[in-house]
Structures are given as structure tokens and as C-alpha cells.
Design a protein around this ligand. Sequence first.
Ligand code: GAL
Ligand code: ZN
Length: 666
Amino acid sequence: MPTPLPVLAFGGDYNPEQWPREVQEEDRRAMGEAGVDLVTLGVFSWAFLQPEPDRWDFGWLDEQMDDLHAAGIRVDLATATASPPPWLTQRHPEILPVTQDGRTLWPGARQGYCPSSPVFREHALTLCRTMGERYADHPALALWHVSNELGCHNARCYCDVSAAAFRDWLRRRYDDDVDRLNHAWGTAFWSQRYGDFEQVLPPRVAPAWANPTQQLDFMRFSSDQLLDNFVAERDVLRAVSPGVPVTTNFMVMRNTVAMDYLRWGRELDVVSNDHYLLAEDPHSHHELAFSADLTRGTAGGRPWLLMEHSTSAVNWQPRNIAKRPGEMARSSLAHVARGADAVLFFQWRASRAGAEKFHSGLMPHAGTDTRLWREVCELSGILDAIEEVAGSAPRNQAAILFDWEAWWSCELDSHPSIDVRYRDRAEDFHRALTVLGVGVDVVHPSADLSSYDLVVVPTLYLVTDEGAAAVAAAAERGATVVVTYFSGIVDPHDHVRLGGYPGAFRDLLGVRSTEFLPLRSGETVRVEGLADAGLDADTWSEDLELAGATAVATYADGPARGLPAVTRREVGSGAAWYVATRLSPEGTDRLVEQLVAESGVERLPGAGPDVEVTRRVGDNASWLFVINHGDSDATVPVRGTDLVGGQDVDGDLVVPAGRVAVVREA
Ligand code: GAL
Ligand code: ZN
């Protein structure tokens, strides 16, 4: 019978096949010292497990499983299908992925396969089934880890096999009726009309801009194909290893766009995520906070597992900035604060060879007599001290709507301005709310919005009629709703909603825009009405007319001089605001202060630009997380017990610069 995962599991990817036996023995001793209780095994082991088509070698993995079990360490066992071995691509070069301009990618790195390849699928499922049958009853097994970061390097393949799969997908989407496809894709334009599905191709590099709906459908298709790979392995595992939860690690972070994780989440027994800070961003804790809240969104609000992050530097950015003292623990606990019930890293021991040899690990090249190792052990101790938070989750009154389809379509070519980036407004509103101590859920527009008093709709370029209606219903019912520019512009076929912008939200907002007035690169406009001295905005303005709303702020200059830049309309028992420009961070702050006050959402005291204060709520208790990223002490009023410091507090809790507190509230 499967036994549950360790509580607030701590550990990481373990690749013992890279090391001799003596090192593996030392690994288990050091894992004990660091309190590691879960490792991810086998992620890139296919070439070891199946060295030849008809030869299997499980001896080494059997030993690892047994030895780890004897050491009291549980295993998140990978199905090992992430990277095909050289013999497979040598025999079947047709499984290699092909880029948009028709280049076949060579083997020699990782994830070199076409997600639509039936040959790859067959070999992967054989391996998956063999693994599943062999280890289903092993006492070390805690979790199945399908593939690894599906789509990390091969998200969209343009080969002929993928083209045929795309056509099948389109036949299903358009009920085998090519005229429905013609309508959806707007092929009356540029002589693109198709007479038959057989004429349709992926959006390969063409002389000019490819049909936007063809591109959008190909993005949908590509995400679905990857998800299909997951589902196929999951179903094999469920059959041969019933009761053991199945996950695959997401990559919810700033630049991961290709997978629609809000749809994927429903297919996983437990969501897990990999998150890496972008070193060039000096305020990366804001991006982390947004991504962690979005990850919880993919998990339907339930706790999730932080499958990978780094103890310090990574290897794959142009400049791989090391974490400074205390930073690893702050990052880890920031994820826990937002619902992570495990803190795992890539990887246990920094590699000696290979592309990732300069990637940090729990065990650095320099060994255990290091600051990093001491911080690893300290973090593990903190997790032990706060174990009781496991299973609880944030409960928030504010939501930000997020949709991968809106992201894909918003950033297609041939748009009014390349400076409109989908995650930009979502992250900035999230930052402004977080700074005020407001907890935020990041959810799909189809989520139940009935418990939210504040709903932020950033750059929701593509929206369904139902999505737009749900936003309007939230305002009617009493919520404060705020919509930002380039929202509600198109329907799910990427067809413009006519009659003036922002089409789907025009009536709700009581405004009508007759023309977009995007700004030049580097150009700013002055906006008056949100702050005494006025504020800068950039990127965007509009020819906006009031049609029931009142102007809250106005452009003082620029192409929309004298026109409303921010508007508000009373709706039912709530209100609907529109923001027709890209406010500076200070402008977003001023606006969000008003939205928070109007909506009455709870603010946790003590939060600020460098101090995160969030709450997880359980059945009988609640916990405040205070994460001080700043250079000076933070003071937060609390009543309860700080589990990290081990002290009761009734009044001001002082959290020193760079440190963390987790308070069970009295
Ligand atoms: C992830 C991956 C790991 C490792 C890590 C490096 O993409 O799952 O195997 O490559 O990044 O940061
Ligand atoms: Zn392909």
C-alpha cells in the first residue's frame, strides 16, 4: 500500500549514476545530516536503464532504491522518458524535433524528440510500463514523476508527423468541416482558403506573417500534444501502480509560455513546479511570488510541491548570479508561504561534468565545510519546525485572472505594439497588492469568482463570452473589478469584437475606444488625477470616450491629451475600473491603494516593498509568513508563536534583515 509523501519534504534531484560508489555512500550519510527525506531519481537515466533496444539494466536502480529506503529516504521516481538514448535516435531519426524553419535538431543535448511521434511514444510507454511494474510495490516509492519539464526544449515541433497530428487535431476541433476552419482562421484574407484539411500545415516560416489563428491553434495543439504524453504515461502508471500519486514538473516562471498549465493542472494527482529566479531582475522576489500564486492556481488552490529551485547560481543564464546569505531560505519559504508543501532542489550534488557542472546543488563542489552547506542544514531545520503548516493554503479575497490562451494571442505578431507583454500588468498589479499585504489568487477566467471582492483583469486580450460575463457578474454582485488596456479585444478565434474597444468589456466599463494610440519606444505621457504631482505612463494610450463611466485620471499630454486614462463606473453593488495606459509602478501603487480601500479586502499589516506578509489557513489554525528581503529589520504586529524563532509574541515581532518568521496565530 502506498504511504504518503514526507511532510514538507526536503531534498532534490539525485543523479547517482554520475558518481562512483564511494561518493554514493557519502551522499546517503550527508543526506541524513541535511535532513533530506525525498529525492527525485532517474530523470535522465533512460540510456542507463535500457542501454540497448533489447537489454535492460535495473540492477543499479534496484540498489539505489534499496539503499535509499534503508537510509529512510523516499523516492519521487521518474519514468526516465525525458531524454531518448542515442541508440533510439540513431535507429529512428524521424523522432527528432524540427524547428519552424525546417531544421532538424540533432541529438546530443536533451529532450530531443517530437511530442507527436508515435515511435517515441511507443518506446517511452514501454519504459514507463517497465518502470511502473518493477517499482510499484517498492517501499521507497512515494511519487511518480512523469518525464521532466515536458516541453522545456521541444514545445513546438513543425515536422511532417506533427503536421499530420495537427490536421487530426483540427478535424476534431472543427467537426471535420473545413469551412468551419476557414471561418475561424479568416482565410478570406490573402487567398488562404483551404479546400481540404490535407492542405493545412503548421505555421512554418513563410514569406510574411503567418495566419494568426493558425498560429494560435498550433499553440493550443502543441500544448495538448505534450499534455497527451503526460496523460498516456499517467494512465499506464495508474494501471500498474494504483494509489501512487503521479506528477510532472511544471515550469511556471516568467518566460515559460508554451504550456497551458491552468488546463494541465486538472490532470495531475499533485501539481509540482520548478522555479528559477531571473538573475538580472533585482526584484525577483516579486516574480517568484506571482509565479507561486499562479502555480497554486494551476493546482486549483490546493497545496503543491516545489519540485526544483536552486540553492544558489544556475548555469543557463548569461550571468549566473549566486544567492547571497539567507537568500535560499527566503526563496524556499516564499514558495511555502504561497502553498508549497515540499522544498526540493535541482540537484543534490553539483555535477563534475556536463553542461550543468556550474549549477549549484545542495552539496557544492567545495563540500560540506561551506556556508552553502550550513544554510542547507539550517533550512531543513526550519522546515522541520514549521511542519504543521502542511496541508493548509492561502485563502484570499483578491484575484488576478490569467489565461495562457490570452498570453499566446496577445503576443502574436502584427499587433499595435510589441511593447504590450502579457505578464507585465499581471505582475505589476500583483506586486502592488503584495506590497500592501493583500493576498492574491491567480486563476483562470472560468474559475469561480464568487468569493472575491477585488478582481483584476490584466491584458485579457482574448476572452470568451462566458469569461467576460463572469467578470461583469462579479462587479454586479459587489466586487471591485479593474480591467487594463488591450483586454476583451478578440473572441477565441482571434476575431475582433466590433463596435469599439475593449469589445467584451465595453458595456461593463462604460467606455468606448475608437482607436489605439500606442506610444513610441521610450516615450512617456503624463497622467493626472491619481497623485498630486501627476504620474508617468508609457507604451499605450487610447482615443477613449466615456459612455457611463467617469474619468478618474486624464492624459496631460501625448496623443490622447485631455482624454480619460483611468475610468470608473458603478455597477450593481460594485464597480468597474478601466486603465487605458501602462502606469508606472508608482501609478499602479496609487491606483491599487484606491482599489483595495474601495473593495475592503484584508491587508496584513507590516508588508512593504521588501517585506512579504502572507497567511496560510488550515482547519483549526492559521500561520503568518513574514519574509524580510530588505536591509533593515521589519516590524510586524502579531499574536502567536514564531515557530522559526521558537518564541511567543504578543505585539511587535521584529524580523531581522534577510530573515524569515512563521507565526502560528493565537
Ligand atoms: C530544469 C531541469 C533540471 C535542470 C535545471 C537547471 O530545467 O528540470 O534537470 O536542468 O533546470 O536549472
Ligand atoms: Zn514533430
